[in-house]
Design a protein around this ligand. Sequence first.
Ligand code: FAD
Ligand code: GLY
Length: 371
Amino acid sequence: MKVVVVGGGVIGCATAYELAKAGCAVVLLERATPGAEASGAAAGMLAPLGESSAAGFRELAVASWRLYPAVVHELRERTGIDVEYVTRGTIYALATVHDVREAQSRAQWALGREFGIEAWDSGEVHAREPALSAKVSGAMFVRGDHWVNNQRLVVAYAQAAVAAGVALITGCGVSRLIVEDGHARAVVVADGERLDADVIVLAAGAWTAPLVASFGERLPVEPRRGQMIALAHVPPVLTHCVHGDEVYLVPRPSGELLVGATVERVGFQGAVTALGIAGLLSAAIELVPVLGGLPINRTWYGFRPWAPDNLPILGPWPGLEGLWIATAHFRNGILLAPITAKVMTEWILTGRPSLSLEDFLPDRFIMRREP
Ligand code: FAD
Ligand code: GLY
């Protein structure tokens, strides 16, 4: 089966890799370089209990989290790339007694045990992470929250994909799709060349909507800008990932501390702003006062692919043969890449994914035309 995957972010690279391992002839088209957009801009946190409480989402997120140790090992074996998988856990700073009680009850869940959830009082918090502000009077600790270097992860997936036989073409933007007789037949690249395929997978992140518009349909995927900062973190002041209400802090083995992130509805305005950076830094310094003295290494932004219900869009395009969507991973695309690649491959090749994905079908956004 010949498959064209459009978009070389983490979702496109991981999916191309799995499809090639399963025997498909895959062409992966990326208009820039792998990881040039959201996948390179992210913080790399793998925190399945954190950012959405929708039941279907949690099942998907936990399934992906469980795949990570094997994925990290496999990518290392196949490419030699260490994706800096860190398993020290996240401290969620809590301010009220109510929050601490809530954390104590979470610690009793079945998943709470798998994820090593603990409620910490002020003494424990400051014994474990002494740089935290004295204002942090308690915390929920999630030992199972992990993180990776997402820039390395995308490169590793891209290299593994090429080693598995994927034809990766960089600097190659797709301008439109060709649909004939109810079948997605081909993509047209910027120089006008037509590439035919049995299956086309759209994994173009926040830029998926124009590709759908090119065959006269509509998918409400939009960008949500995220600004980030990297502080120089040598010698390190934090051991764990730390989450406050307005900011998160990710200590990288490379010697940087990532401070993230804004979530902004500003279209594709590509800018790091004074307000964005000021807000992140003031929240970070309030949480960990000593950060005020650290040098700023870098700032950047990325465009998260977002859908109106905050959930990914995964699955076949209804009423058209040969077209599949894998996008809108919003704040969790790094976490969700392994499971997305797995279920998309199962679905495309056997017609049946191993998880129920009803909540994520593109159908939920498609306006049906009157016959
Ligand atoms: P992208 O990485 O944006 O890739 C899409 C690719 O398609 C791009 O490379 C683009 O160049 C290419 N493309 C677009 N149009 C075309 C075209 N017409 N032809 C060819 N190529 C095209 N997630 C987590 O799990 N954990 C985190 O800690 C985390 N932190 C984040 C922090 C920030 C600041 C941001 C911005 C995001 C964060 N995310 C995080 C979310 C995560 O980055 C995204 O969900 C994920 O990267 C989306 O991957 P993607 O491959 O769909 O999109
Ligand atoms: N998941 C972190 C972010 O989207 O900022």
